[in-house]
Every structure is written in structure tokens, then in C-alpha cells.
Design a binder for this molecule. Structure first.
Ligand code: SF4
Length: 370
């Protein structure tokens, strides 16, 4: 009877799956395939410790025991888009700000005093309030203080990215939010951001304009199918890496905070998050993996050494946050998109890294080899 042998069959099945998954995790001859990436993502019974230890080993091999520290600089928060998951949607009548150039200069000096050498300039998405020329001038000013200047602004044309590169831009961060085209349409009911393809292709326009580093990712929690988002993000990063071999590609997986979202959202638990980062490291050994202050201090500390390569530190997320204000109003406004969870200073983050045997780096050693 089959009932006599079913236990044997079950054992055969489980052994095969386990051996196959271990073969993928321990694969050391170059890169794992996209099929293997999907197998790792879909396996619900994975040995997380094995996976994470392998991720740690690969990260140490490719990046050494160093973590780059960077800080965001919010210079404006005007926005014309209607993203359903964000309190800064143009539909919400809230007070908005834009820094004057002398105020930007004060912010830059304050950040420099913290030893930061890598910054991300953010504006919200409004081509009129935060014009290309305004962003260009901010980039030009920032390059006088910092060796790495990245923008997280609305997607641009290739010529416009070239204009910013001319002003000293080194990198572009642009999140697709979700790679699911239908869901994307639902979540972006109006505004230029509604154009999925224009946003998706922006990273390549930036690279073609000689931007040296790009950071991409989904907003985890918009799509209940986490594996789809993680797979496509990895595939997107690999496509850029393979096609433009001299470009530094980084990935972020920011997690949405459901209580603050106006659209339905889905929480990725910590174990799945850890698995996401480790699987990404195994698929993309030389990609940067960023972790922002959306994660808790405890989570951020635990992730050191397990795959991440960049951390924000001492972040102020309000417009004028380093000089004029001490709050993090971009996130803390009552209509905010999400909470900021780690408000520790740069010195505190440095101490945590050193205690864990990691070297805090302020200058991007890949972009600026010594
Ligand atoms: S997510 Fe960005 S583009 Fe969308 S409403 Fe918020 S600030 Fe604007």
C-alpha cells in the first residue's frame, strides 16, 4: 500500500529540496542564476542561519569590514503627485517648504561638521517649485563640501541628468515603489509619477548621462507579493550591473509602516526581511545594500556584518533639519508617510560599528579609491 512508503517519499522530497537549497547557498563559482534566486525566495523552510552566514561571508569578501555612512538632506517637500501611501500627496493641504540657497549652505556646513562626506539631496516631486536649476545649484554647492552627492528627486531626461553631472552629481536614487504595473497604476492616481515606464527607465537615462552610482528598490509592503518585488529588484540591479559595468549599483528595501499608509499595506516580518537581504547578497555579491533610519536601532545594529554596506546616520528628515529645526517633520507630520526609527547621532553609530569590529567609512571607497 502507498501508506507503507509515503514516509519514504516525503523524506526523498525533503532531502532533495534541502540539498538543492544548500547547493545554491554555498555556490561559490561566480553568480547564482535567476532560477536559483527564485528557488531561494520561494523556499519557506530555508535554514536562515546558514543563509545569513553565507551572506556575511560574501559581504566580507567583497567589501571588507567597512560600512559607509551617509546622510539625507531635505531641501524641499513640495509634491504634485498623488501617491496613496504617502501623506505628502498633493491632495493633502499641508504646509510645505523650500530652502533658500543661503539656508542650503548652512545645512551643508552643519552636515560637514558631522564628518559626513556622502549626502543624498531630496526635494519631493515638483518640477516648478524644485526646478532643475534649483537642484543643480544645490548639487554644485554640495560638491564643494562632499565627495559624493546623490539626488533623490523626480525622474529626469538624460540631458537633465547630464546637466546635474556637470554640476558635480555622482549618483541617483529612485525607487520604483512597486514593479507591479497594475498595482502601480492604482497607487498613483494622478501626477507625472503615474507614468510607470518613464520612472522605470530613468535609472538607465541617468547612467547614460554618466551618473556613476544608482540606488533602486521597491517600497516593501505596497505589494503583498514580496517575492515578486524582491526578484524584480534583483533582476533590475543585475541588468544595470551587466550592461554598465563601471556603474556602482545599490539596493534598498525600505519597509512601509502600515499604520501610517492611506492605502492597504502589508508588513514584512523581520525574519523575511533578513532573508530578503541575505538572498540579495548571494545573488548580487558586489551590489551595495543600504539601510535607512526607517529600521529600528536594534534591527540596524543586528544587520551590521550580515550583508549591508551603507547606513544613514544622524539623519534629519525635515526641510532645514540640521540647522533650523531639530525634528524629523518630513516623517513626523500628522500626514506623514512613515516613521523614522533611529535618531542616534553619527558618533553613536560610529561607536556601534567599532564595537562590532567594523570600520565606519565616510568617503565612498568604491567611488573614490585611495
Ligand atoms: S511618495 Fe514622493 S512623490 Fe509620492 S506623494 Fe510622497 S513625496 Fe510625493
Amino acid at each position: 500500500m502507498f501508506s507503507d512508503i509515503i514516509i519514504e517519499k516525503e523524506k526523498t522530497y525533503r532531502n532533495f529540496v534541502k540539498q538543492n537549497i544548500n547547493r545554491i547557498i554555498d555556490y561559490s563559482d561566480g553568480y547564482i542564476s535567476e532560477d536559483d534566486l527564485i528557488s531561494l525566495l520561494l523556499n519557506t523552510d530555508i535554514d536562515l542561519e546558514h543563509l545569513v552566514m553565507r551572506s556575511k561571508q560574501i559581504t566580507d569578501n567583497f567589501f571588507g569590514k567597512a560600512i559607509l555612512l551617509y546622510a539625507p538632506l531635505y531641501i524641499a517637500d513640495y509634491c504634485v503627485n498623488g501617491c496613496l501611501y504617502c501623506g505628502f500627496s498633493a491632495k493633502n493641504k499641508i504646509a510645505r517648504e523650500r530652502l533658500e540657497f543661503d539656508e542650503i549652505d548652512e545645512e551643508l556646513m552643519a552636515l560637514k561638521a558631522l564628518n559626513i562626506d556622502s549626502i543624498v539631496i531630496l526635494t519631493g516631486e515638483d518640477r516648478i517649485k524644485s526646478s532643475l536649476e534649483y537642484i543643480g545649484k544645490a548639487v554644485e554647492m554640495a560638491r564643494k563640501y562632499f565627495s559624493e552627492v546623490i539626488v533623490e528627486v523626480y525622474p529626469l531626461e538624460r540631458d537633465e541628468y547630464a546637466y546635474l553631472v556637470d554640476k558635480g552629481l555622482t549618483g541617483v536614487t529612485l525607487y520604483q515603489e512597486t514593479y507591479d504595473k497594475e498595482l502601480y497604476k492604482k497607487l498613483h492616481p494622478f501626477g507625472p509619477k503615474r507614468n510607470y515606464k518613464y520612472r522605470l527607465d530613468a535609472i538607465e537615462r541617468a547612467v547614460n548621462a554618466s551618473v556613476k552610482e544608482v540606488n533602486i528598490g521597491p517600497l516593501i509592503g505596497l505589494n503583498p507579493d514580496f517575492n515578486f518585488e524582491v526578484y524584480i529588484t534583483n533582476a533590475h540591479a543585475k541588468y544595470i550591473q551587466d550592461k554598465y559595468t563601471n556603474v556602482e549599483v545599490s539596493i534598498s528595501f525600505p519597509r512601509i509602516q502600515s499604520a501610517l499608509s492611506k492605502s492597504k499595506s502589508y508588513i514584512m516580518d523581520d525574519k523575511t526581511y533578513l532573508k530578503t537581504l541575505a538572498v540579495t547578497r548571494i545573488f548580487l555579491p558586489r551590489a551595495g545594500i543600504n539601510i535607512s533610519t526607517r529600521e529600528t536601532p536594534n534591527m540596524r545594529d543586528n544587520l551590521i556584518g550580515l550583508g549591508i554596506t551603507k547606513m544613514s546616520a544622524g539623519s534629519k528628515t525635515s526641510v532645514g533639519g540640521y540647522v533650523k529645526k531639530t525634528d524629523n517633520s518630513f516623517y513626523e507630520h500628522k500626514n506623514r508617510q512613515f516613521d523614522i526609527n533611529d535618531e542616534r547621532s553619527v558618533e553613536e553609530i560610529v561607536r556601534v560599528l567599532e564595537k562590532k569590529g567594523y570600520r565606519p567609512e565616510f568617503t565612498n571607497w568604491i567611488m573614490n579609491p585611495k
